[in-house]
Design a protein around this ligand. Structure first.
Ligand code: CDP
Ligand code: CDP
Length: 211
């Protein structure tokens, strides 16, 4: 069978990882969360007492498999640090081949920001998953804090953090967050994760005669 590469891009907390993981299980493909690569580089910088806005090329080159298994990669200072190191061309260059090699033999479902535009421009299907900043901030809050009520002020802070990160990711010169011209956009404000998965599977089966 053909080795499918499925690209899943979009802004923070849109549901990319949830969709990509479920698609990978459904299609029996490996899953790569490329955000973890940038997060692990940021973690190395922070742990070494360095500012993630400074040159992170050495840390990107030194990245190990174990770095990606760390549990402290999804905390606010790393959210921000990841988007600072990710804006550096030398960091992106150091991580590019590793992402391509991952899918070379087996195909893969890969999520990130530049998967359909830079990493796998020939991906079989490209999704751009998005939702309003409010919906995404609420989802990220529930994901990390459970159902604890978010007051208006805390929600405003969460929205501001997500908006700042999206703006940095979209405005950088190298491999910005960008919807590929041939991507299929799914707006998920009013869709459950299960509904997004069904929509995506239908599109893949129409285009690739699988799923
Ligand atoms: O990978 P990304 O940052 O884009 O988002 P995620 O971690 O997959 O999803 C953020 C949260 O939104 C998770 O708790 C999901 O269960 C939830 N969610 C979703 O993924 N899709 C929806 N349509 C609705 C909620
Ligand atoms: O899960 P969430 O969408 O919040 O973030 P992530 O996918 O883990 O990515 C963290 C950060 O890494 C992003 O804000 C981007 O700055 C960067 N990133 C990137 O530049 N390119 C990718 N392919 C993946 C992530």
């Amino acid at each position: 069978m053909r080795r499918l590469v499925i690209a899943v891009d979009g802004p923070a907390a849109a549901g990319k990882g949830t969709l990509a993981k479920a698609l990978a299980a459904r299609l029996a493909l490996p899953y790569l969360d490329t955000g973890l690569l940038y997060r692990a580089v940021a973690r190395r910088m922070i742990n070494a007492g360095l500012d993630p806005a400074g040159d992170a090329s050495k840390e990107a080159t030194a990245l190990l498999q174990e770095d990606l298994a760390r549990t402290d990669l999804r905390v606010p200072e790393v959210d921000r640090g990841a988007s600072l190191v990710a804006a550096q061309p030398a960091v992106r260059h150091a991580l590019l081949e590793r992402q391509r090699v991952f899918a070379a033999q087996t195909g893969a479902v890969v999520d990130g920001r530049d998967i359909g535009t830079v990493v796998f421009p020939d991906a079989d299907v490209k999704f751009f998953i998005t939702a309003s900043p409010q919906a995404r901030a609420l989802r990220r809050h529930r994901q990390t804090q459970g159902e604890k009520v978010l007051d208006g002020e805390a929600l405003a802070v969460a929205v501001a953090e997500i908006t700042e990160r999206d703006a940095r990711d979209s405005s950088r010169e190298t491999a910005p967050l960008l919807e590929a011209p041939d991507a299929i956009r799914i707006e998920t404000d009013t869709l459950s994760a299960a509904e997004v998965l069904e929509k995506a599977c239908k599109i893949i089966s129409e285009r690739c005669s699988v799923a």
